[in-house]
Design a protein around this ligand. Sequence first.
Ligand code: TYD
Ligand code: MG
Length: 478
Amino acid sequence: MARREQSFICQNCGAVYGRWQGKCDACGEWNTIAEENSATARPQMPGRAPRKGRRFALEPLAGASHDAPRLACGIAEFDRVTGGGFVRGSVLLLGGDPGIGKSTLLIQVAAALARNRQRAIYISGEEAVAQVRLRAERLGLSKAQVELAAETSVEDIVATLGEGETPRLVIIDSIQTMWTDMVESAPGTVTQVRASAQNLIRFAKRSGAAVILVGHVTKDGQIAGPRVVEHMVDAVLSFEGEGSHQFRILRAVKNRFGPTDEIGVFEMTGGGLREIANPSELFLSERDLGSPGTAVFAGIEGSRPLLVEIQALVAPTSLGTPRRAVVGWDQNRLSMVLAVLEAHCGVRLSAHDVYLNVAGGLRIQEPAADLAAAAALVSSLANAPLPADAVYFGEVSLSGAVRPVAQAAARLKEAQKLGFARAIAPEGSGEQGPSLQPVASLASLVADIAASGRQRADDGGERLARPTAEDRRRRDVG
Ligand code: TYD
Ligand code: MG
């Protein structure tokens, strides 16, 4: 009798433990470790001769490929993120929170391919065929030649797909509902998800069909998260959005065949996902003109310029350790900008809470946002609105100097296109586009904003720095 190995596997990251524990040491999640039979990798039975290896032919690197290497689906925002279309035999993982719109996006992708007379198959393990049809009808896609099935057995799926003309695209919605006979664990566990994914990946490599696996991101770890298959697939896309917004952002987290910094922007409407070809307009559409604490940042996402609003609130704190909260930007960069403001620009923030938000639910990674963030912070502190027709970009160094950033010309061009007349940016950013007001150091920018704040106060505006009677009373009580 072979001894059955029991092991405890984290359903979030796949780390294996010999016994149960409450917290996974590898990924830090709580209550994600579950008991599973690991009957997959059984050691060689004693007494049996080891299997002889089968010989296979090695091939030259310069082999001829028969088809176009990439197949664009025609939805430009999607194709940009994949790096220009699907590569033959590649496997993509599309992750995202439940309800964010993964199934909607993929049925639209499948329909777009089918419209170009490519064979596209959509296999749902979560919904019945009728439900998928209903959604397609709602999206106005019911005439598309997409082939549907509601199946969860990977062996059945591979057997079915192996017949007839090879499909160009197979969508598996979702990998967590799939199961294979090869392992004994329940569907949704790490062992099952991995084995099913492996089987489907083998099918993709063998047949040349592109496969998209949908993976739900799960917080509670009841079912295995997409992270357990991330390293096996060719590309990992994540579909993100904020509850209160209709924007959805598709981002490549990993891509063996393309860039990882491109984003695709969609809007969820009553008729499905709509492409947003010019996201700057969308992100700036709800702008609060003339209020202090907002700056427009001219950013770059991948190959595309993108203007977004950065909002800051600097308010007197009632806590011993003031709060620093940031949404959509790096916490460490905020700390750095605050330190530079304190050390080199004479801005005292130790008695203030600081909140920073990137509008529209976007996440910015560029250091070029330093200058815009600093401008928004100082504008809020000094109660001085920034000029409504200005964009900001530039990297701030620890010495307080403003450094040039990449692709300045593209940023300026986008700003001009959207009607901005001024750009506050590092020296030498270019002559094209809106009139450039070069800044050499953060201190000079702070001085400018503070001067406009004083001007406003003298003109009868409210001055934030002077404590009001209410503030004084509160302080005396405290
Ligand atoms: P869905 O694609 O089912 O999400 P996922 O597969 O990621 O779980 O999308 C579900 C949400 O999208 C649902 O809350 C309703 C919304 N939706 C629309 O707003 N418009 C539409 O046309 C469709 C099909 C869905
Ligand atoms: Mg779904």
